[in-house]
Unconditional design. Structure first.
Length: 505
């Protein structure tokens, strides 16, 4: 059965009372168990009869021999369940046992939880999967007091499931980010996007270009603290220095690199991509932060380059237009220079061992140059100038991550017709196939859609406090987690899901 129902099925009933002559009491019987109540819901639960497992005086957490790498996961869940962690030793009645099984079916984030005989056994082929099994156990105890009897087999539908935070426009404390990471981990989300540079501020300490760093910023040691917690929770941090647009904070200290139009007016936030010094500056920053962020992915940006939102970029920026013709022939355009910029930054981070990503409006059609095929599309909008439907990217064979601004964009102050997304809309209407607006792309493209990410943008920074944001995104984030783990129509009603999401936090 698929699991969205609550209850452990642990109410025992005797067949008859014990006799006064000393006849043994009949064995207790139990109804078939139901799936543990968790967010996201488990995808498969095989019911059984039995009392389930609950923390008690004889309970503990142990790690199987040969699975010593699970010690951190064991210590964490033991503390959460308020039972002892007993290390690498044989499991006994009352214990939770963590086991790595390399030959267990499923990907690295899959897991099984078997509850029988007063014990719980959580196994998986990789640490991440076992960790997610501990999240299921933790939530089952929070929601129903016990882990139901039977076996859970679970795995995510999409490999990329996450949350993105704009710390450039609005400052957030390390403690606030750590709270979100713990919240994400319990929801089995595995990516944390960090947008730390924009027109308003540059928020992380720099040794190569300290002049660009804003007064209020994170030190590298503070970032390492965030990264360490993320790693322990099996969350990858995806950094982003957006370029060639959104560089206002950097360009405030490098005015000679600001893009100017034909009349000499400065274009806000846009770097002059025709000046070789521009690439040198951005690449020095990328190399520096690659030493800090060691995760698999890097977002090179590429969106909203202001020069390309003008009616006639060739006429408005004649120097760039001339350079484009020199580089790409008579049909060369400014967009080709911007595309080459994205490709050059992608090549740099690729050479540093990262998978490059870029926002969808940095991918232009009809030019002499195309963005490299291995750059993952972060699709956020269909409202940009020259908007391209997601099917165009997918038909080119590109892989895509869904950040649909209709559902997944929490933009502070609700400017430009944005409205704060609700968990109910996400839960009832959105799936990873709903990439733009409210219409899903054809099912044949499903394998190219790697997942989804819920995003907070600080456009009107003072519109909400960090605490208000945390409360405002809690249910939308939970709903997103449900739909990237299992995009099928959930069994629970929204009212029941919302109540459960609050109960398991």
């Amino acid at each position: 059965m698929t699991g969205c129902s609550n209850g452990s099925g642990s109410d025992a009933s005797a067949d008859a009372p014990a006799s006064s002559t000393g006849t043994p009491s009949p064995t207790a019987t139990y109804p078939l168990s139901t799936a543990p109540a968790t967010v996201p819901a488990v995808r498969e639960h095989r019911a059984a009869r039995g009392p389930g497992w609950r923390p008690g005086p004889d309970a503990g957490v142990v790690v199987a021999r040969g699975s010593e790498a699970l010690a951190d996961e064991g210590k964490l869940v033991a503390g959460e369940l308020k039972v002892p962690y007993r290390g690498v030793t044989a499991a006994r009645t009352g214990d939770v046992e963590l086991v790595l099984e390399a030959d267990q079916e499923g990907g690295p984030e899959s897991y099984a939880v078997r509850t029988e005989g007063g014990r719980v056994r959580i196994s998986g082929p990789d640490e991440a999967g076992v960790f997610y099994g501990t999240r299921t156990l933790k939530q089952a105890v929070r929601s129903g007091g016990a882990m139901p009897e039977g076996t859970v087999q679970d795995a995510p539908d999409r490999p990329q499931r996450g949350f993105m935070l704009d710390i450039a426009r609005k400052e957030f404390s390390v403690a606030w980010m750590e709270d979100r990471l713990r919240e994400m981990a319990d929801l089995k989300l595995n990516q944390f996007g960090l947008h730390f540079s924009d027109d308003q501020a540059f928020r992380i300490e720099s040794t190569t270009h300290p002049e660009v760093v804003s007064a209020q910023h994170l030190t590298k040691d503070e970032v390492r603290r965030v990264l360490a917690l993320a790693k322990s929770l099996h969350i990858t941090v995806i950094p982003e220095i957006d370029s060639p647009g959104h560089l206002g904070a950097v360009l405030a200290h490098h005015p000679d690199l600001k893009l100017k139009d034909a009349s000499g007016r400065v274009v806000q936030g846009a770097i002059d991509i025709g000046n070789p010094a521009s690439a040198q500056l951005v690449d020095e920053l990328l190399r520096e932060y690659a030493d800090l962020f060691d995760g698999r992915y890097w977002n090179v940006g590429g969106d909203e380059y202001t020069a390309l939102t003008w009616k006639d970029p060739q006429a408005s920026f004649p120097a760039l237009a001339e350079l484009a013709r020199e580089e790409y022939g008579p049909k060369g355009r400014v967009q080709d220079l911007a595309t080459t910029w994205v490709n050059d930054r992608a090549e740099l981070v690729r050479g540093l061992g990262r998978v490059p990503k870029a926002w969808n409006d940095g991918f232009f059609a009809g030019g002499q140059v195309s963005v490299d095929k291995d750059v993952e599309v972060e699709y956020w909008t269909g409202k940009e100038i020259g908007a391209r439907a997601p099917e165009e990217y997918l038909a080119e064979g590109r892989k895509l991550v869904n950040l649909n601004d209709e559902y997944l964009y929490y933009v502070l102050g609700e400017p430009n017709e944005f409205v704060y997304p609700t968990g109910q809309r996400i839960y009832e209407q959105w799936t990873p196939l709903v990439v733009r607006g409210t219409k899903p792309v054809p099912q044949k493209y499903s394998g190219q859609i790697l997942g989804g990410r819920f995003a907070v943008w600080g456009d009107v920074a003072g519109a909400q406090t960090p605490d208000q944001i945390a409360r405002g995104i809690a249910l939308p984030l939970a709903a997103t987690a449900q739909k990237v783990w299992d995009p099928r129509q959930p069994e629970r009603s929204w009212v029941d899901f919302a109540a459960l999401a609050q109960r398991v936090r």
